[in-house]
Write a protein of this length. Sequence first.
Length: 256
Amino acid sequence: MPINTPAVIEIDRKTWLIQEYGLDCCYALLGADSGLLIDTGCGRMPIRKLAERLFEGRPYDVVLTHGHGHHSGGAKQFEAVHCAEALSEKSKEDFIGTDFHAPDFSFAEKDTEILPLFTGDVFDLGGREVLCIRTPGHSEGGCTFYDSQTGIAFVGDACMWKMKVECVADALTGLMLLKRMCPNINRFYPGHVDHTDYRALPASVLDDAIGACRTILAPDRKHDRQSRKVAYRSVTLQYKMDWAELEPHSPYPLGL
């Protein structure tokens, strides 16, 4: 059945999942003083209006898990967003699929300022702090946002059951950093969830993603090299890296 309205689901106290017509997920977090919007969708929904309604008139920041168009396309609805990489130039029309029937939506594009993100950046919402950890691999400037109040890691596309990775060494570096810096993660919310089931991914998906990366990078490389795909416990990881590229190559500093 076509999906023709964004879903807004409260997944924890003052924490909302906003799904853009079944395509991608944004997240809104509200503290005592301010809000935080994580990702902006591909630009087919009024994400600014939705977020400001949830934030109840409080100021807020906008952060992006990465610059791919179906996560950053709505960024031009805002004066400024935080992102660790360049934004995709793809238009919102590039993301329309057979089950994607968004109503016509247009907005006056702003001259959006792109602010940097580094590992260790903290967004203090008032009684609630959200930590940024750089997690490249799926993209060169990927970031995860850990909310210590709920124990949720908002991970974009960096760690999920079906992963697509540009460079496996980058992915392993970021995921190990996330595991070290945030040992109390109790669940993950990724950039895409099934629109019939909004449940989080279990914390164990992180170890499974790390295991998949290690399997690919192991000296014996016991997996199908031609398909460039590995299944490890709950995670299936597909990658593009050349076999010679065993070292991290992201040009964006982790900020350690």
